[in-house]
Design a binder for this molecule. Structure first.
Ligand SMILES: [Zn+2]
Length: 445
């Protein structure tokens, strides 16, 4: 009993101190876990990136969980008693949207994918996922499209619910649950005699796919993730898996329930079938050609190139970046990305984070710029473009009245130097502050 009281006291004292220090640091802004009050807040950075354009001298008015006004300072009428929040030297942006994450994975140089799926318990994987979610949010990514739990069943749905209920901090989540693979095409693989746990759900044919997709939607899938090709068979050669007919069935069944289909594809034939089937996004896209990218553009299919995943894996295999010459895989990816840019296909920002460390999501944005995309285009990709492609533009992705107060403030100007996106000063999701690094306030504040 004594022990219990001591623990209770410590917990109470800790939470008191914690909320006090947050309140002190964030001054007038609401802190994490504190209910919305009736005040209005006027954020005055040097510039605002509204999801599409950069505007010098704009201000943003926030009330409760919403953006209520944004525009040139002279045009925004703040009610009496509005709390003024100058952000000198800063850029304000919509909270960033990660387009391709795996919150239930951690970097493969820590533990291989096989061993994560085979040897880590679901409890351990969930515990890790809660930490990953916090890190992602603290890096300014207020929304994520999480493309499969890789063996952790439907646990992404519970994670999302815990975040929505305010139990743990984390981004808004779009969930894919288990992802779908053709029988025999996915790992982990032990030997031919042994059945191993699966990293995804196996389903085939019209009936099998229909049933699996409907079950996943019933369990909470916002998106259907399908592997249209994979390194398959004992020679580990990448080959297409599902037939075009199967993919058409999958798209039709998902669409009838209002769910988009995102596909993993690294082969030309896999991409061709996915495009013919009318999927929503193609992930990775190493098999892309100018013709295929043009066909994607014509059908409104977006490409999520996941540059950072390839970069990370090449380094895990021994490439010393900056010292050794670039391996062929990196050269090919650069060329492929340039072709995608030239084709005009819509490009999502999504790094396949989980392959590399959660919280390091900006790595993909830096690589997109390094591989030839203008920083302003990268910022669009990570905000308004992702919101449009993921069908969530009615809530997030732009600084616009009526949208959720999902806000990132960074030091410097990421439209000039993309790596400024890492200089996080303030992160707000749904009007609640999760990061506030104590920005300098003007005299008298
Ligand atoms: Zn992935």
């Amino acid at each position: 009993m004594k022990l219990f009281l001591a623990v209770l006291f410590c917990l109470t004292a800790f939470s008191f101190c914690f909320s006090q220090s947050l309140n002190d640091r964030s001054r007038d802004l609401r802190s994490a876990g504190v209910a919305h009050d009736s005040a209005y807040y006027l954020l005055r950075p040097d510039r605002v990136f509204d999801g599409e354009q950069l505007h010098e001298g704009w201000v943003v008015l926030i009330h409760a969980n919403l953006i209520v006004a944004a525009g040139p300072a002279a045009t925004v009428k703040a009610p009496a008693g509005t709390v003024d929040y100058p952000l000198s030297g800063m850029t304000l942006l919509p909270g960033l949207i990660e387009g391709h994450s795996h919150l239930f994975l951690h970097p493969y140089n820590e533990v291989s994918w096989n061993d994560q799926v085979l040897k880590e318990s679901r409890a351990e994987r969930t515990a890790r996922a809660t930490v990953h979610a916090r890190k992602m949010l603290e890096a300014g990514f207020t929304t994520t499209r999480d493309l499969g739990t890789e063996g952790a069943m439907y646990d992404d749905v519970g994670l999302k619910q815990a975040i929505e209920k305010g139990v743990i901090p984390g981004p808004r989540m779009l969930t894919a649950t288990r992802a779908i693979v053709a029988t025999g095409s996915y790992g982990p693989k032990l030997n031919v005699d042994q059945e191993s746990p699966h990293g995804a759900a196996e389903a085939d044919g019209k009936e099998g796919l229909t049933k699996e997709i409907r079950m996943q939607i019933g369990k909470g899938a916002d998106i259907i993730k399908i592997y249209v090709d994979y390194r398959w068979g004992i020679n580990n050669t990448a080959a297409a898996t599902f037939t075009e007919e199967e993919l058409k069935t999958a798209v039709e069944v998902a669409a009838s329930a209002g769910r988009p289909v995102a596909v993993h594809s690294s082969t030309t034939e896999g991409m061709r079938r996915a495009i013919a089937a009318g999927v929503s996004t193609i992930e990775h896209g190493e098999g892309g050609t100018l013709e295929l990218f043009a066909a994607m553009k014509a059908k409104g299919i977006a490409l999520c190139p996941t540059l950072a995943a390839g970069d990370a894996i090449a380094q895990y295999r021994g490439w010393r970046k900056g010292i050794d010459p670039e391996p062929q895989s990196i050269k090919d990816k650069r060329a492929s990305f340039r072709q995608a840019l030239a084709s005009g296909v819509t490009i999502c920002m999504g790094g396949d984070v989980g392959v590399f460390a959660h919280g390091d999501n900006a790595r993909e944005m830096e690589m997109m710029a390094d591989y030839g995309m203008k920083p302003l285009e990268v910022l669009r990709s990570a905000t308004s473009v992702n919101a449009d492609v993921f069908r969530i533009a009615d809530k997030v992705g732009r600084i616009r009245p009526g949208l959720a107060a999902d806000i990132l403030v960074v030091e410097g100007n990421p439209a000039a130097t993309i790596s400024a996106i890492r200089k996080v000063q303030l992160v707000m999701k749904d009007g609640v502050v999760y990061v506030d690094r104590g920005m300098p306030l003007s005299a008298g504040q």
